[in-house]
Design a binder for this molecule. Structure first.
Ligand code: B12
Ligand code: SF4
Ligand code: SF4
Length: 398
């Protein structure tokens, strides 16, 4: 369990404005940033419930957050996120959303916390750390598909449980609460940024000082009138490792991801996987971590020293090709799979096999050939690509 510190802003101020990576991050502890004094801003969004920044309540919230494993907690005002709404609309108009729904479905709704809870006064936003450590090699033989760290286990369930525990403190004090995370209801990164949890990285992720981006984010929308936290200044400076490290050039400008090129989206998107990004997919089967793997603050997270259980970070690709639909969904059904159609899991598996399996393995070839000959047009086409790629790789090894 990381140590909590309320002195982070003093330590961090040594780093900003930064001209690149700040070496002091490694010594910065987790953030307990709920303001302790009853200092509600006079100019804030109308909220007539009366400020409730009683030090005892703030202490209880911080204690509950710490016990529940959150590494940062902050408060944001509930004004609509109009800047983010504009960004969503502009990116949608420019096609950068690549057909995604989520927060793009209804930008007005996703940027207005009052739609979640009428009479809301504050957002209490939390960050839950996940799998930042060393990923072990697969524990089985044969081709292995890499699972992005955020999906290794259900970190969103852990985050929800942590936020529920913090919300219970507010409820016990007589306030109404709604917990939202990773759905269409709210733009989670913008909420976290406004709540002072971290800064917008050039890789578009929200980076928490001392932890980097290996955190998932969620909010408690409440009618409790709490004082907003101070924002965190930019910590990227002139660094651009994520832009240069992205295998498909999807970060088209600092903080701007073109989903049409982003592997994390393409593995979730319906239809044919774009030809030009198939090789770049490598052995990935779900999600993509490259723009975080190269990120110095993410590498220095306290969790980076831990080793991650290999059994959940790799999936047996031959099993994916051969398993029945029900079995596949029972194992990885919590992933976002278009239309809940397991064919998309097999589509991704075929590409990952082409890119990473032993090209001389007869079992691999037989499994892929079966799909190449099958009636399913989409899978047959991806299987043929996979066979060709295996052939090219076998040739290159001679
Ligand atoms: C749609 C979505 C995706 C899409 C699109 C991602 C994207 N960049 O928009 C896809 C499927 C590609 C995706 C991928 C991932 N996602 Co996602 N995703 C979402 C979702 C549902 C909505 C995000 C959204 O509204 N995007 C819209 C655009 C407008 O926002 P944005 O890209 O975040 O841009 C913001 C900043 O970059 C900033 N900004 C804009 N211009 C500029 C300019 C500069 C210079 C700077 C510095 C910043 C900046 O303002 C924007 C608005 O706040 C949220 C959950 C939620 N409800 O919010 C999770 C969420 C963003 N995803 C999350 C995660 C973990 C991931 C992945 C790491 C998973 C993975 N390993 O594959 C990748 C990361 C890819 C990346 N580099 O962004 C986490 C992010 C946690 C964090 N620390 O930031 C979230 C918040 C889920 C959660 N509740 O924890 N995701
Ligand atoms: S998730 Fe992967 S493909 Fe998407 S922006 Fe990051 S590195 Fe690029
Ligand atoms: S890799 Fe990207 S997100 Fe990380 S510090 Fe550098 S510019 Fe910022």
């Amino acid at each position: 369990m990381p140590s909590w510190s309320t002195s982070t802003s003093i330590e961090l101020s040594k780093c900003w404005p930064s001209q690149g990576w700040c070496p002091n991050f490694a010594i910065v502890g987790a953030r307990a940033i709920l303001p302790s004094a009853a200092t509600a801003r006079a100019d804030r969004f109308t909220c007539d419930n009366g400020a409730v920044n009683a030090p005892s309540l703030i202490d209880q919230l911080n204690d509950a957050a710490q016990r529940a494993g959150l590494v940062a907690l902050g408060v944001a005002a509930v004004e609509p996120f109009t800047d983010t709404r504009e960004i969503l609309e502009t990116r949608k108009a420019d096609g950068l959303h690549g057909g995604m729904a989520f927060t793009y479905r209804d930008p007005v709704r996703s940027t207005d916390p009052e739609r979640i809870l009428a009479g809301a006064c504050s957002l209490v936003v939390g960050a839950f750390p996940y799998a930042a450590g060393q990923v072990n090699e697969p524990s089985f033989d044969g081709p292995a598909g890499r699972v992005a760290r955020y999906a290794i286990t259900d970190h969103y369930a852990a985050l929800r449980s942590a936020l529920d525990q913090v919300a219970a403190v507010l409820e016990a004090a007589g306030h109404r609460t709604r917990v939202v995370l990773d759905d269409n209801a709210l733009v989670d990164r913008a909420a976290a940024q406004r709540a002072g949890l971290g800064w917008f990285g050039h890789n578009a992720n929200l980076l928490v000082p001392g932890y980097g981006s290996w955190v998932v984010l969620g909010s408690i929308v409440t009618d409790a009138d709490l004082s907003p936290s101070e924002p965190v200044p930019d910590g990227c400076g002139t660094c651009r490792r994520c832009l240069d490290g992205c295998p498909t050039g999807a970060i088209v400008a600092p903080g701007v991801v073109d989903a049409r090129r982003c592997l994390a989206w393409l593995v979730q998107a319906e239809g044919t996987f774009p030809m030009e990004f198939r090789e770049a997919l490598g052995d990935r089967i779900y999600g993509c971590d490259e723009c975080q793997e190269v990120c110095p603050p993410a590498r220095r997270s306290p969790q980076a020293k831990e080793t991650i259980d290999a059994s959940s970070s790799w999936v047996d690709l031959l099993w994916m090709l051969n398993a029945e639909d029900d079995e596949l969904l029972s194992q990885v059904g919590r992933w976002y799979i278009p239309r809940r159609d397991p064919r998309y899991l097999r589509r991704n598996a075929l590409l990952a096999i082409g890119n990473s399996a032993d090209p001389h393995d007869a079992d691999v070839r037989a499994a892929v050939e079966a799909f190449a000959l099958a009636d399913d047009e989409m899978l047959s086409e991806h299987a043929k690509w996979s066979l060709q790629r295996l052939g090219e790789r076998a040739q290159a090894q001679r």
